[in-house]
Design a binder for this molecule. Structure first.
Ligand code: B16
Ligand code: MG
Length: 214
């Protein structure tokens, strides 16, 4: 085993791909408000909490909304999203992702989730990963979302490990910024690999084996 004894995985965009469901649910809400919403705006929502995502969408809204109205819109989005999550099955977990995580675990590494999503446990269940991880830090135990490092610091704490011993795996720039702020090394996929701030730029999930010396 190399430098790391723990790995903290982001969920959406790393372990699974719920983007299309987030997009469809926010699009319904944006259409109702008469606000423009497209893939570019959707990209800004990666790793960002539900309420902060709503604020980004409302940047293009002319009127003003009360806190209660915003809460109702976020709830409406989440109900639509949860319905769409019902389409997910264990077949949505890529064999490459599962085989890589199994190899890391077999090498003695501890695996955790560090996700902004309050739906983390439901998603892991749909993927057949309930009980798989050694620790879960998600939207239900944090008060500040990425780029704040809280979600990863709590994951390291749950693993009883120091940030220097853990590698954070992320697909979003906000997630890489959070890892840096927490004193973690990071491995980026997709947009996070391009941002220039990740310790390692990955082409594919299986690259983690070489990064971790497994
Ligand atoms: P929820 P991650 C994030 O998950 C998503 O990338 C982001 O688009 C979403 O708004 C956020 O979770 C909150 O999700 O509405 O389910 O609580 O990438 O941090 O795993
Ligand atoms: Mg993500």
């Amino acid at each position: 085993m190399g430098k790391y004894t723990g790995i903290i995985f982001d969920l959406d965009g790393v372990i699974c791909f719920t983007d299309k469901y987030h997009y469809a649910a926010w699009k319904t809400v944006a259409d109702k408000l008469g606000v423009e919403f497209n893939e570019t705006i959707n990209n800004r929502l990666r790793g960002v909490s539900r309420m902060d995502s709503l604020e980004i969408i409302l940047e293009r809204y002319d009127g003003s909304l009360s806190a209660e109205e915003k809460e109702a819109l976020a709830t409406e989005k989440n109900e639509l999203y949860k319905k769409l999550l019902g389409n997910m099955t264990p077949a949505d977990l890529s064999p490459e992702v599962k085989a890589t995580m199994d190899a890391l675990r077999a090498a003695g590494m501890k695996l955790a989730i560090g996700s902004s999503s309050r739906n983390t446990k439901a998603i892991l269940e749909r993927l057949g990963l309930a009980g798989y991880f050694d620790a879960i830090s998600d939207g239900t135990n944090i008060t500040r979302s990425k780029p704040d490092p809280q979600v990863f610091l709590m994951a390291a704490d749950f693993l009883h490990m120091a940030p220097e011993s853990c590698l954070v795996v992320e697909d979003a720039e906000a997630g890489i910024a959070a890892a840096c702020a927490g004193g973690f090394d990071s491995a980026g996929l997709g947009e996070a690999a391009q941002c220039g701030r990740a310790t390692y730029a990955m082409k594919t999930f299986a690259d983690l084996k070489a990064i971790c010396g497994v």
